[in-house]
Design a protein around this ligand. Structure first.
Ligand SMILES: O=S(=O)(c1ccc(O)cc1O)N1Cc2ccccc2C1
Length: 398
């Protein structure tokens, strides 16, 4: 027992949650990765990882009791506690080769432990929904939306730091040619678009026995023949595109469920501007009413009993149902966005915005502070727009 570090975890949580996470830009990831120093990375991560873990763990503790009490949230919280404790073991260690190897292996273990966080939280939301007989009050839904956006953004950022370190220093043969960790300094956007389309199309063909064609156009303000390239994380871009293609294909196939002759193609437009790179995915799948657009990004709304892993291949293009909210987080993580614009009765445009300049593509990280704490205590503020037609005053017959 004496060999175990008698760290007082609650005290360490308070200590590390006082620091704000330090956002890195894509440029910093690239510059560091070009002549990467494992010792410097170790020194940075053994502080930054506990800071990011502690910041989000303090928010988990503030959740409404009916969520905090679910098995799922307890399971996730235990994973975070264990990982927090494991990283702290390296706090005072000398950066010897042996300790650097131990640190790398520890990061791989932590990444694997947290692989099911999204699915586990989704089950927790489902439990909560069912316990409220399907009726969830507005303020509870708002708190859950706020928390899950921050939990998943924090998780994306922690996995990014872990991936960079383990790919750069994990001892595997030199990773793919020009890639720097999980970043591609010259990511060809149209090739990721084609990959995502082909894989979504495969699922679509499997279920609907047909699939819409793809038409890609590029508009490169410099030279329209050159492929549009940017510094980005191809796996993040792929995740967003794959979700959007699944939505569009499902919309088109369900609208044209009689004949699969002349299905309207999905149009993709890639534009490179001075500030933004846009990837617009346009379908003629019939669209949805403007009043329903926000719901597509709600975790509570998009949580339905999930198809188990086995029958995922039989359910039409369905995933965890968290495709859109989490895809938007991937875009927002480096200060981009995903915006949906639907023309009900015709179809929907989904636009992925990326920063064109890598020094503007900074990590967007949740911070645990008074503002975020107050949010969990706040009630829904009364509206400051009159949006109801005045009810005729009730005439009380005396
Ligand atoms: O809401 S959508 O307009 C829609 C939303 C997001 C997107 O990326 C593409 C879309 O097309 N759309 C999704 C879907 C699924 C089944 C049946 C009909 C529809 C309509």
């Amino acid at each position: 027992f004496s060999s175990r570090l008698c760290t007082n975890i609650p005290k360490m949580l308070d200590f590390y949650s006082q620091f704000n996470p330090s956002p890195l830009s894509i440029k910093q990831f690239i510059d560091f990765g070009q002549n990467a120093c494992e010792k410097k990375s170790f020194i940075f991560l053994r502080k930054e990882l506990p800071v990011r873990l502690a910041n989000i763990m303090k928010e988990i503790a503030l959740l409404p009791t009916n969520l905090l009490g679910t098995n799922s949230v307890n399971q996730v919280n235990d994973w975070y506690l264990k990982s927090f404790e494991e990283v702290l073991k390296f706090e005072k260690m000398e950066p010897t080769h042996e300790n650097l190897v131990g640190f790398c292996n520890q990061l791989v273990q932590i990444r694997n432990r947290h692989s099911d966080v999204v699915q586990t939280m989704s089950q927790g939301v489902l439990e909560l929904k069912e316990s409220q007989e399907g009726y969830v009050d507005q303020s509870l839904e708002t708190s859950i939306q706020y928390f899950l956006d921050r939990l998943y953004m924090s998780r994306i950022s922690i996995r990014m730091l872990i991936n960079q370190h383990t790919i750069l220093f994990g001892g595997r043969e030199e990773s793919k040619g020009r890639q720097i960790g999980c970043l591609d300094p010259a990511c060809d956007i149209s090739s990721v678009v084609k990959d995502a389309y082909e894989n979504a199309r495969f699922l679509c063909d499997q279920y609907y026995l047909a699939s819409p064609e793809l038409v890609i156009n590029q508009c490169n303000n410099l030279d329209n023949t050159l492929p549009i390239r940017t510094v980005y994380v191809p796996s993040h871009l792929y995740h967003m595109l794959f979700e959007l293609f699944k939505n569009s294909m499902r919309a088109v196939m369900e609208l044209h469920d009689e004949t699969t002759e002349n299905l309207p193609p999905i149009h993709v437009l890639i534009v490179c501007g001075k500030e933004d790179i846009c990837v617009k995915i346009s379908d003629q799948g019939g669209g949805i009413p403007r009043s329903q657009i926000d719901q597509l990004f709600k975790y509570m709304y998009s949580t339905a009993p999930q198809p188990s892993k086995s029958d995922l291949h039989t359910v039409p293009l369905a995933g965890y149902g968290y495709g859109l909210p989490i895809s938007r987080l991937y875009a927002r993580y480096f200060h981009g966005d995903i915006v949906l614009l639907s023309a009900e009765g015709y179809g929907t445009d989904a636009v992925i915005y990326l920063k064109a300049l890598s020094d503007e593509a900074n990590e967007l990280l949740p911070i645990f502070n008074k503002t975020s704490s107050k949010f969990y205590r706040a009630t829904v503020p009364t509206g400051d727009w009159s949006n109801q037609v005045k009810q005729a005053k009730k005439i009380v017959l005396i």
